[in-house]
Design a protein around this ligand. Structure first.
Ligand code: BGC
Length: 556
């Protein structure tokens, strides 16, 4: 594969609202990110993906954009962003922005015009349809619950919103709309950003021919997913988008796309794919604390391993996945993969080793490196996220009591990953001098950056070592371009793989269980990383302690 500048990036996702506040309004801001750049640089990352910071009424925390050209004053100014780009560049860090072009906010002037005159020019920027017998055009359910259609007051028209009512979907069939989006994208690239994380892009093409579908829930609605995700013909848009924008700037693009059939993967992320990379979603639906996986943490990790390895084998050096374990839409990994009583340094440090050395771009989410977790709320009002409230209502409608519904929300709400960053043990964990927009996890006196910086055996220091190893000049090419081979696949307790290139063999061993496990095969090599002080061997086999994670190198 031809080498590209972004192949060896190590990403860090910032949820700006919760990262660092500098003006005491309780909301994180761009100057806060600038203030913490040295921390990120010491951690070793080389790319920051910053969640949406454009003007927005914040109905979906910035994923509802009302002006694509300006930074929301709550986060700072366009000038602040420019400064961030420059300061990051000085530290070898590239900034990528979130690009939300499946929908805008309902407060966007285009939509305001569309509502005034649905049959006018801006009506064609959105997906507007007349209702049928006083009902919405079809019974699709929004991805955040309730009907995907909302009536435009005073007209016969409904607009489509796959997400909240405040996020009307754009009409990609309209050439004029597409041109306006391309211009906006190019303007940001001109400013010097390194690329984009592209939101919900799999949904830009809709098949509206289906009419009402058989209901699949007590609400009488239907998911409709196959009519609005990766719909045939979407490739024409993706190709054009790439040609008119990204390609001209050789920028890095990371798309939120799931469920692409194997035979189409290369078209998406191969050498000349529509995007540089896409997120690998295959581990996202595992949550041991809820439903199917409750109490089955070992089985769950095994299932995750099998899916991840299968995806890697299919890709076979033809393209790069973006490998991650946490983001702003999912509960944090300690809570997702481990019961509370099993969360300790060893179990928390083995989790990143599973994915960090796989082929692809590794991505961290703020706070993951210090082991942040969610916490239990007493009242549903303590949550802000609309999707969380919709889910809560849905659980009540399914017949759960308020207590049961709140318990489920406490286990599963994505907002648990959005608590303010825990910098130190001072007021509000050093996040803000004001009243944080969302409560800080009360465990911040135990779990915080400053404490972990002072402890050589901390999780933070371990992440630092992982990143340093990924970037080490002797091994980096192998981590980026080496072949991938699964090891010890018969084991239901081990997650092991090997990366090989030019006679160099890098072997990764993770014991996912809380018991000692012996490898079947014999292995040797120089220890590059170990989350324990020692590594035991017997007759050439490795004797791995509970949750032990080790990387060994062999040169031939
Ligand atoms: C983002 C979510 C957001 C949704 C709608 C997603 O995939 O990650 O946080 O709510 O798109 O824009």
């Amino acid at each position: 594969m031809k080498e590209k500048w972004w192949h060896d990036l190590i990403g860090y996702q910032i949820y700006p609202k919760s990262f660092q506040d500098t003006n005491s309004d309780g909301i994180g801001d761009i100057p806060g990110v600038i203030q913490r750049l040295d921390y990120l640089s010491d951690l070793g990352i080389s790319m920051i993906w910053i969640c949406p910071i454009y003007c927005s009424p914040m109905m979906d925390n910035g994923y509802d954009i009302s002006d694509y050209t300006r930074i929301d004053s709550v986060f700072g100014t366009n000038g602040d962003l420019k400064k961030l780009i420059e300061e990051a560049k000085k530290r070898g860090i590239t900034i990528i922005m979130d690009l939300v072009i499946n929908h805008t906010s309902s407060a966007h002037p285009w939509f305001q015009e569309a509502c005034k005159n649905p049959e006018g020019e801006y009506g064609k920027y959105y997906i507007l349809r007349k209702g049928k017998n006083g009902q919405p055009p079809n019974n699709w359910r929004s991805l955040f619950g309730g009907s995907a259609w909302e009536k435009i007051e005073g007209s016969e028209y409904y607009y489509l919103h796959l997400f909240t009512v405040g996020q009307p979907d754009l009409n990609w069939e309209n050439e004029k709309l597409r041109q306006a989006l391309y211009k906006m994208i190019n303007d940001w690239l001109e400013m010097g950003i390194g690329g984009f994380r592209i939101d919900a892009i799999a949904h830009i093409k809709k098949d509206l021919t289906c009419g009402n579908l058989p209901s699949d829930g007590p609400d009488g609605l239907c998911s409709g997913m196959r009519y609005f995700r990766n719909v045939k013909g979407i490739e024409d848009y993706l190709k054009e988008l790439k040609e008119r924008t990204f390609e001209k700037y050789d920028c890095f693009t990371l798309a939120e796309v799931d469920d692409i059939p194997e035979e189409r993967l290369e078209a998406y992320i191969g050498e000349n794919g529509y995007y540089s990379t896409i997120f690998d979603f295959c581990h996202c639906f595992h949550n041991c604390l809820d439903g199917a996986w409750k109490g089955r943490d070992k089985e769950m990790l095994l299932d995750v391993r099998n899916r991840v390895f299968e995806r890697q084998k299919k890709m076979e050096g033809r393209g790069f996945f973006c490998n991650y374990q946490e983001n702003h839409d999912m509960i944090r990994i300690p809570d997702r993969f481990l019961p509370k009583e099993k969360q300790n340094f060893y179990s928390l440090s083995m989790l990143p080793v599973m994915y960090f050395f796989l082929p692809g771009i590794p991505m961290l989410y703020q706070g993951q490196e210090i082991g942040m977790t969610g916490f239990w709320r007493e009242h549903i009002e303590d949550y802000v996220d609309l999707a969380t409230h919709n889910n809560y209502q849905g659980y009540l409608e399914q017949g759960m009591t308020k207590e049961q519904a709140l318990e489920k929300i406490n286990y599963t709400s994505r907002e648990n990953a959005r608590t303010p960053m825990q910098w130190n043990d001072g007021p509000n964990a050093g996040f803000s001098d004001g009243m944080p927009w969302f409560a800080v996890n009360p465990d911040y006196q135990k779990v915080n950056v400053e404490k972990e910086q002072q402890d050589n055996g901390s999780l933070l220091k371990f992440y630092q070592k992982l990143i340093a190893l990924r970037k080490h000049c002797v091994y980096q090419k192998n981590w980026v371009y080496g072949s991938f081979t699964a090891l010890e696949e018969d084991s239901d307790q081990l997650w092991c793989y090997m990366r090989c290139r030019d006679g160099q063999r890098l072997q990764v061993f993770v014991n996912m269980s809380d018991e000692w496990v012996t490898t079947k095969g014999c292995y040797d090599g120089k220890v590059l990383i170990n989350n324990y002080a020692a590594l035991s061997q017997k007759a050439g086999c490795l004797l791995l302690q509970p949750y032990q994670a080790v990387v060994l190198a062999v040169e031939s």
